[in-house]
Design a protein around this ligand. Structure first.
Ligand code: PAF
Length: 277
């Protein structure tokens, strides 16, 4: 696996990958890689593309109350995992490369970015959209792979790509879960053993809610029951709700493309999850 730390190195590595593979697929990450990221790399490699994974802890997507320095970093471990996953190239830009002096453009997505994580983490999606646009431009990628675990992020990036006519396809990949159902996340390492044991209840409640909705129960009652069950298990529920999948607009009843989405805190750890309803 090749490693690029400067833009000229990235461009020449991408040019040679394009010659060999015909097209490029990107997996944008902030490192702290786990099997969920590896699933994205595997899917990208299986597509036949030359695969570039970026590792960049993006300061602009951390809201004012969030601690950037607490974000886990393990470059050597990440590179080993990427090599083992069949990734062809890792892009490791520094902050000055991503945000050079004089850079003056940030991307604000409204619509799907407005609610939920957008409300809880002011400025978060502005940072995500901007860094993704810059990464796509740097790598001139034909596809970019994102995990459905961050459902709202996938919709925001897809909206941006559509609205700005960016010449790439966003490929969503299903969430990878622990055997008890907990969605893989770099935040899980911050759970205490007792919290970890409870954390699987989040997915259990999504499944129970999806089954109740499919059985014809009213959404309001189903959602209220799930929130109460989570509170009983020690979760501080930010939202557990039913939305239109692409737009993230709230729904009061089941309809095609409906999605259950949730964010809930266990101790200091804010867990996100979602599933089709
Ligand atoms: O999901 C992430 O790890 C980040 O939000 C992303 C997409 C790499 C942008 O920094």
């Amino acid at each position: 696996m090749q490693i690029a730390r400067t833009l000229p190195d990235l461009r020449s590595a991408i040019a040679s990958l394009r010659k060999t593979h015909g097209h490029i697929a990107m997996v944008p990450t902030m490192g702290a890689l786990h099997a969920g990221h590896q699933a994205l790399v595997h899917a990208a490699v299986a597509s036949g593309a030359g695969v570039v994974t970026s590792i960049f802890v993006n300061p602009t997507q951390f809201a004012a109350h969030e601690d950037l320095s607490r974000y886990p970093r393990d470059e050597a471990g990440d590179l080993a995992k990427l090599g083992a996953s069949g990734c062809h190239l890792t892009w490791l830009p520094d902050v000055e490369t991503m945000y050079p002096p004089g850079a003056a453009t940030m991307i604000d997505v409204a619509g799907p970015a407005s609610r939920w994580e957008g409300a809880a983490r002011p400025g978060h999606f502005r940072g995500v959209a901007t860094v993704c646009a810059r990464l796509f431009g740097q790598a001139q990628t034909d596809k970019a792979y994102f995990g459905e675990k961050d459902w709202q992020q996938v919709q925001v990036v897809t909206r941006m790509v559509t609205d700005l006519l960016l010449p790439l396809e966003i490929v969503p990949i299903p969430t990878v879960r622990e055997p008890d159902g907990l969605a893989l996340s770099s935040r899980n390492r911050f759970l205490t053993p007792a919290e970890r044991a409870e954390a699987c209840v989040l997915y259990a409640q999504l499944r129970a809610a999806a089954a109740a909705l499919a059985g014809g129960e009213a959404a309001e009652a189903v959602l209220a029951r799930a929130r109460a069950a989570l509170a009983q298990h020690g979760f501080d529920v930010d939202y557990f709700t039913l939305v239109d999948g692409p737009s993230l607009e709230p729904l009061d009843r089941l309809q095609p493309n409906a999605r259950l989405i949730t964010a809930a805190r266990l101790g200091t750890v804010r867990l996100l999850d979602n599933m089709a309803a």
